[in-house]
Structure formats: C-alpha cells, structure tokens
Ligand binder design. Structure first.
Ligand code: PLP
Length: 422
C-alpha cells in the first residue's frame, strides 16, 4: 500500500520513511476494504512491516534483531519478518509454537518465560528437543530448577532486573518491576551456578516500552549495567539482550524516533563487549503498519461535545482503556468542517473510549481509521460483553487477504457447556 501525497514527514528516505502517519494511508483503499470485509477491521500492510525491519536492522548492523512477537503474532507478519532475516522473542509456549508454525528455525527463537505455568515449561522443553537451538530465557531461580526437573540442560539465558524502568505509562515500565528478572545483584552467582547444568548463552533485560529521542539515559544505563554484568562473570556469553521498547510516534505532532542516535548511544554504552548485541523491537516493526477501521453508528450532540459512537471498542483495541494510550483518528469520508468529538465504543464501560479527537464532518456510517494499530491491537482483543473479535486483513502492494476471519456469536459461546446435574 503506497503512501499518498499528504505524506507529512520530510527529511526521510522517501522509499522508506521513518514513520507512516495515518494521513499517509490511501483513504479510498481503506474505504473499499471496510466495504468488502465489514468493520471493525484491522488492516496490516506487510510491505510496511518489511520497510520497518530493513530500516531498523540497518541502524543496528552488528546486532541480532529479535521481533517481540507479543506485539503481533499473525502468521503472515511472522513469516514476513522471518523472510527478512529477523529472529523472534516469544512470551509463552503458545507464541513459541506460532513462531515455529511460521517457519522460524530453532536458533532464531527465544522463549522468555515469565512465571511460566507448568504446561508452558513442559511444551518448551519438548519444543527445544524438536527444534535444536531454541533458547529459554528465565527470570527466577525457581524456573531454572523447574527446567532441570524436566531434564532440560540446553540453551539458557538469564533475564536480569536491571533496576531501570522506562515507558509511556507505569504499566509498561517493566525494568524496575520486581516481577521481571532476577535481582541484578544476584545474577552473577546464579549464572555461574547455572552454567554447571545448562549451556548458559546470554543475559537479557527489558526496561519497558518507551525509548524516545528525548532522553536516552535509561537506555544507556540499562545497556552499560548489562555489559558490566557480562564482563564481571567468569563465563563467555554469546549475546547480551537489551530488550525492546523502541518508541513510535502515536501522536501526529511527535517526531519519529531517531534510530541512529539510539544505535550510537547503545554502541557507546556497550564499550568493548565481546558478545553479540540483541535488540527486541515489538511496536517499532509493526505499529504503523496497521490501522483499525471502525464505522460510526451514532452521532450524539450534547451540551459539552459531540459523541461519536463506533463499532470498535476497548475489546477491539484495548490500549486506550488499559494505558490511556493515544491513537490518532481520521474520518476517511470527511471533509471540513472539523468538530471536537469524543469517540466511544459499544462496550458498557466508561473506559470504553478512544478519547477526544477533532474529526472532519462526521456522519453516521462514515468509516474512521485509527492509526498505529498494528502493535498490541488484535493481540489484546477480547470477547468481553460477548463481542466477537474483529477480522484482520493483510495487504501487500495491490493484494489483500483475510488472515483472521471475523468471529461469530457461535465463537463466543463455543467453549461453553450446558450444566446437566445428575
Ligand atoms: N521484549 C520484552 C521482554 C517485552 O516484554 C516487550 C514488551 O512488552 C518487548 C520486548 C517489546 O516492547 P516494544 O513493543 O515496546 O518494543
């Protein structure tokens, strides 16, 4: 899907701009996809996923890039990134299975176990047998013991709590949250003990989701702490993984991340480390490759503001309700005049809102496009209020294909059984 002439970012490589704004999506194409497939509808542009990967990988030429699959586990997206040469970071046995189903080889798959249920560890150990090269990353001594109990002695990486958190919202600042990783001060001893039983190959940390150009101090601090740890231990590591969190501009006034500055800051903080740097971008690779299309069903004038009722809600795109996240919205049909609106979904919760937006001349049945919906969009969709999940269409140049059909009410009740007391 190519950019329109409204494209708003100058100073970029015109063939691979740093950001695709909502204004850059061709409105007629989006309108016709909404007409053909109904709404709410996620549209993911695989061409843009490729561009994002290529731009990111060239900024970090000596690093291994592991896509954080939690941002978008669509098989079409995973296959696209695998073909580009990406590796993948998976947050559960389910994501790990999906990575293998998409064609990743064992040595390109990292499973990061966060308080893993027994079934996840059982399956991860089986998958490591089936796909040699799989790395399991653990964030607690208990998890190491539980792997040993299962006879696992393969590739192990230790997730360390770096004590440095960063992010756009307190709920995404993982780096300083005790839930994630072993305490920094106990990591060295744990690594050296684990090396007696496992192939200890790396260390891992993730500050959270919010590396922005404004302040790279947290990122520098995390990288240098991890490098210090790698130097302090008496082990030769294959890699040091400094996590993801590379920010994207959700607001049209925000500038895109200056990747070269981030890469330079990372290199400086790395020093003369004798191990491969690993980075784990999630949203950077997929956010601006996706939009969510939703249809206006209600236009309600009130004394304060015009309320636009739409058919997507917090069950379709959870980030605004979960993190107060801003997603820009555009009326594909609208021309001036612009009016102040609040956009709200069909879920019976006051948090079911996409916030306040200036929208061009909205009318019932207009299709709105919600930007930067390619990351943590469909992944977080739920069936709350008995709402079937939306459909997902991928586009690649002129082609388009449904990769997730729209759920039906039958899907919503599919796991339910009638109670029949004997
Ligand atoms: N790596 C880890 C361990 C994560 O938990 C996450 C996100 O939660 C990421 C990478 C990707 O973060 P982002 O999508 O902000 O790049």
């Amino acid at each position: 899907m190519s950019a329109t002439s409204e494209s708003s970012d100058e100073g970029n490589d015109p063939d691979n701009p740093d950001v695709r704004r909502l204004a850059d999506w061709p409105p007629e194409r989006l309108e016709s996809l909404a007409e053909e497939h109904g709404t709410p509808l996620y549209v993911i542009d695989l061409g843009r996923v490729r561009e994002n990967y290529q731009r990111f990988a060239s900024a970090f030429p000596n690093a291994d890039v592991h896509f954080a699959a939690k941002a978008n586990t669509s098989r079409a997206v995973l296959r696209t990134l695998e073909a580009e040469g990406s590796s993948v970071e998976c947050a559960s046995a389910g994501e790990t299975e999906r990575a293998f189903a998409a064609g990743f080889e064992g040595e390109h798959v990292h499973y990061t176990a966060v308080n893993p249920p027994a079934e996840d560890l059982d399956r991860a150990v089986e998958l490591a047998d089936e796909h040699p090269g799989l790395t399991i990353t653990v964030g607690a001594e208990d998890t190491i013991d539980r792997l040993a109990e299962r006879g696992y002695d393969g590739r192990l990486c230790l997730r360390v709590n770096p004590g440095v958190g960063a992010g756009h919202h307190e709920k995404v600042r993982t780096g300083a949250d005790a839930k994630f990783g072993v305490p920094y001060d106990s990591a060295a001893e744990l690594l050296e003990t684990a090396a007696d039983e496992f192939a200890v190959v790396g260390i891992h940390a993730h500050a959270g989701s919010g590396i922005s150009g404004d302040d790279l101090s947290n990122h520098r601090e995390l990288v240098s702490r991890m490098c210090k740890l790698a130097r302090d231990i008496d082990l030769s590591l294959e890699f040091v993984d400094v996590g993801g969190g590379f920010g994207v501009p959700y607001h049209p006034d925000e500038s895109p991340l200056d990747l070269d500055s981030v890469a330079e800051a990372t290199r400086e903080a790395l020093g003369d480390l004798d191990a491969t740097l690993v980075v784990e971008p999630g949203r950077y690779l997929v956010a601006d490759a996706g939009v969510l299309l939703t249809r206006v069903n209600t236009v309600k004038e009130t004394a304060e503001i015009t309320v636009l009722g739409v058919d997507a809600g917090m069950t379709t795109l959870a980030r605004p309700a979960l993190y107060d996240a801003y997603h820009h919205v555009r009326n594909l049909a609208g021309d001036a005049p612009e009016i102040e609106t609040t956009i709200a979904g069909p879920i019976c919760e006051s948090s079911d809102t996409f916030g306040e937006h200036t929208i061009a001349n909205p009318d019932r049945d207009d299709v709105l496009a919600i930007g930067n919906a390619g990351a943590y969009g469909y992944e977080m969709a739920s069936q709350y209020n008995s709402r079937p999940r939306p459909a997902v269409v991928v586009v690649d140049g002129d082609r388009s294909a449904v990769v997730n059909r729209r759920e039906t009410l039958g899907d919503v009740t599919a796991t339910e059984a009638e109670v029949v007391w004997q």
